[in-house]
Design a binder for this molecule. Structure first.
Ligand code: GAL
Length: 393
């Protein structure tokens, strides 16, 4: 009896191990979880908590219908970033047609941060309520006391109602052209200068538009929400209150009229870096990068961080998050989605290490790589530093 039990246990362990023995990243390939199923966490974000990485993303289903939220936000956990355990759906869409997150709504780019003060996990996402297409342009918020959920949807918001940004211009305070008040914009063109058209002024009273987004927690614990606003023409960076559930009213506009999407922020050597995309829907375009000394800007654009073949299409992907490895200095992973809009569930993940050349982030395609890349890179940086020190002695 005991022998039989041990044989079954050994067989089970072999099976489990066979799904959990990944030792490298293979960008663009299927990425099986602990059940052997391709990871379903698109437009994702990452949270490190209790020595574990948690990956949250959009759960997609088959076909074009899968581009809308039919299930909710999926969560996976990992200790090593290669092998992922399915933690289930952490935020479920609702069957109630009156809910803000009714099944079939658009719920994209979920990001979770941990609020130490309230011991609460806070999730923000781009939310388009059912029936509005992409016209609702709001941010949804959900909370949980448990990292993987279940998360409770607490509402949605159009940011900074009645508040001018720190870098507001006089032109924004002028009366808004009545045509602008009622015009429908396609989301990739304002047919004029972003300040003069003045979507900022148009939306002052009802709150600013918020679509593609990310969250960033700074070293001092202050959190920021960066999102595509003003009909996608301009990004806003908005400080969150100490509970991470609303806005302090301190915010700034960045990349005015540049139609940037898919924002990511990370911090290296005291500077804030940005990687994002242009605005072409599911179709890939050239990534953009930028740097700033202050999170509210001014931001200086650094151009396309990608080099080599397919660099003008971000290797057929669009950014979603930059993950800073915990416990490793200057080790950053660029996380992006290779969308598959005709069969949403088949979207692939492009993870690449970020290197820095002349203080600019650089992304190079790798068919396969592992975390030892960062060890090799830090040795290289050491050699470069020593060489430049010797040169100037
Ligand atoms: C992309 C955006 C995605 C999704 C898509 C819809 O530009 O980054 O999150 O909204 O457009 O077309």
């Amino acid at each position: 009896m005991i022998k039989k039990f041990i044989t079954i246990l050994a067989a089970f362990m072999t099976l489990n191990v066979s799904c959990q023995n990944t030792t490298s990243f293979k960008p663009g390939q299927l990425w099986p979880d602990n059940n052997g199923v391709h990871i379903n966490a698109h437009g994702g974000g990452m949270l490190y908590f209790n020595d574990t990485y948690y990956w949250f993303g959009e759960h997609k289903i088959e076909g074009e219908k899968g581009n809308s939220a039919q299930v909710g936000v999926h969560c996976y956990s990992s200790k090593d970033l290669y092998n992922w355990k399915d933690e289930g759906i952490s935020l479920k869409v609702d069957d109630d047609p009156k809910s803000g997150i009714t099944k079939g709504c658009i719920l994209e780019r979920p990001k979770v941060i941990y609020n130490k003060k309230n011991k609460q996990f806070v999730m923000w996402f781009h939310l388009e309520r059912l029936g509005y297409g992409y016209g609702f342009a709001s941010s949804g918020i959900a909370v949980s006391n448990n990292v993987s959920g279940p998360y409770k949807y607490i509402g949605c918001v159009r940011p900074n109602q009645g508040q001018w940004p720190l870098n507001v211009k006089e032109i924004h305070k002028m009366p808004v052209d009545p045509i602008v008040m009622t015009k429908r914009y396609p989301g990739d063109n304002l047919f004029g200068d972003a300040d003069t058209v003045n979507i900022l002024g148009r939306d002052l009273n009802k709150g600013q538009m918020a679509r593609d987004m990310t969250l960033f927690v700074d070293d001092d614990g202050k959190a920021y929400h960066m999102f595509a606003s003003e009909e996608n023409s301009t990004l806003h960076i908005s400080q969150l209150t100490d509970d991470y559930l609303s806005y302090t009213g301190q915010y700034a506009r960045a990349f005015v009229g540049r139609f940037m999407e898919a924002p990511t922020i990370f911090k290296k050597d005291g500077k804030y870096y940005f990687i994002g995309s242009g605005c072409t829907g599911w179709a890939p375009n050239a990534a953009r990068s930028a740097v700033a000394d202050n999170i509210f800007g001014p931001w200086t654009e650094l151009g396309n961080p990608c080099v080599g073949a397919d660099s003008t299409l971000t290797f057929h992907s669009q950014s979603t998050c930059v993950l800073q490895l915990t416990g490793k200095k200057n080790a950053f992973i660029f996380m992006a989605d290779r969308w598959s809009p005709k069969n949403a569930i088949d979207g692939r993940y492009i993870w690449l290490p970020i290197s820095f050349e002349n203080n600019k982030p650089v992304l190079k395609w790798l068919d396969e790589w592992d975390l030892s890349y960062f060890v090799a890179m830090s040795k290289l940086y050491l050699i470069i530093n020593v060489k430049s020190m010797l040169k100037y002695q």
